[in-house]
Design a protein around this ligand. Structure first.
Ligand code: NCD
Length: 353
């Protein structure tokens, strides 16, 4: 693994190794206090964050390393119009690993073309968020003993929720996992994710009722309707609050079902659920820090990439997704990936038309 852009960058063996390291960190933290001694992370957050930013910061501190960066791009030269390419060239000259969150889909992939150090995708628009998935899988494995054979209910904004996309990518590496995708039609999974499920032979059904399906689930993964991704605020107002998990609705759930949520929660889980033993979302956030420690302890030690291959300069984007990084950063190469005879943007995964 050179970068972590998409969970598909990891083999199952690499994930197992990361999980075992995260577990060891939890069980014997004293062995890891110097694991990143002398290493520096650049944490570039172009979008708001609480858990991801703080857990990356505390992860580095607990490993004996350091970090710098911004959580408001207006405090950096980004506000003077600096491109992502130039920012990445600079910060990868100062650091050993770059942690990047932006609203632009495909931005982590774009950054990886120009970085001298590993890039970790900490969320690229509504596309992917692989380190949240590391938190999710760590939680499920620690609390349920494993992931194989489980039925997952993914509920809420499956269109814009990047955590859901990354989780599905990861679950392709496990056996006999089934999905019940619970969303209004307007917030259903994007086409490229549905194609991914089909190609990987992962059984799924798309439904609109949460209550009806709760009894079948081993994991109920709730998500927030992603307000910031809506072009029209009226659409958000109409769709928010569409699913609300309450303590009462949990009475029909299996006694060992896990309720997960990447957080922040808005109104999709009532506070009375917090005290139910099945509610694991606060633990999930803490496990995320240990999972990120395991990742940093590996990537921060990679040898620096002194030579970066020249990249073809693009002139106009091949992708028409208005949220794709190629729409704003016009120098990017027109990279296309093929899948089952169809063309997809290699940055944001949108199907090319
Ligand atoms: C998620 C995100 O940023 O995608 N939060 C997180 O990283 N834990 C989920 C969300 O914002 O709804």
């Amino acid at each position: 693994m050179r970068h972590l852009i998409d969970f598909g960058d990891l083999t199952r063996e690499e994930w197992d190794e990361l999980y075992h390291r995260a577990s060891r960190i939890m069980d014997v933290p004293a062995q890891f206090t110097d694991a990143c001694h002398g290493k520096i992370a650049a944490n570039l957050f172009y979008e708001p964050s609480t858990r991801t930013n703080f857990s990356f910061q505390t992860a580095m501190m607990r490993l004996g390393g350091n970090f710098f960066g911004f959580s408001d791009p207006n405090s950096s030269s980004v506000s003077k119009g600096e491109s992502l390419k130039d920012t990445i060239k600079m910060v990868s000259g100062y650091s050993d690993v770059v942690v990047l969150r932006t609203p632009w889909e495909g931005s982590a992939k774009a950054a990886s073309l120009y970085s001298h150090v590993p890039v970790i995708n900490a969320g690229d628009g509504g596309h992917m968020h692989p380190t949240q998935t590391m938190a999710d899988l760590t939680t499920i494995t620690r609390l349920r003993g494993g992931v194989d054979g489980l039925t997952f209910g993914l509920c809420g904004d499956l269109k814009n929720g990047r955590t859901v996309h990354s989780l599905i990518k990861a679950l392709a590496k496990f056996r006999d996992v089934k999905f019940i995708l619970i969303s209004p039609e307007e917030l259903a999974l994007p086409e490229y994710m549905r194609a991914f499920l089909t190609e990987n032979g992962m059984p799924f059904v798309e439904v609109t009722s949460m209550e009806e399906y709760i009894p079948q689930l081993d994991v109920l993964y709730m998500t927030r309707v992603q307000q910031e991704r809506f072009a029209d605020p009226a659409d958000y107002e109409r769709l928010r609050g569409v699913y609300v998990l309450t303590r009462k609705k949990l009475t029909s759930a299996k006694p060992d079902m896990l309720v997960l949520h990447p957080l922040p929660r808005v109104d999709e889980i009532t506070v009375d659920v917090d005290d139910d033993p099945r509610a694991a979302y606060f633990q999930q956030a803490r496990f995320g820090m240990f999972a990120r420690m395991a990742l940093l302890a590996d990537l921060a030690h990679q040898p620096r990439f002194e030579q970066i291959d020249a990249v073809e300069i693009g002139t106009k984007p091949v992708c028409s997704n208005p949220r794709c990084i190629t729409q704003t950063d016009r120098y990017l190469p027109p990279l296309v990936k093929k899948n089952a005879g169809k063309d997809y943007c290699a940055f944001c995964d949108a199907q090319l038309r």
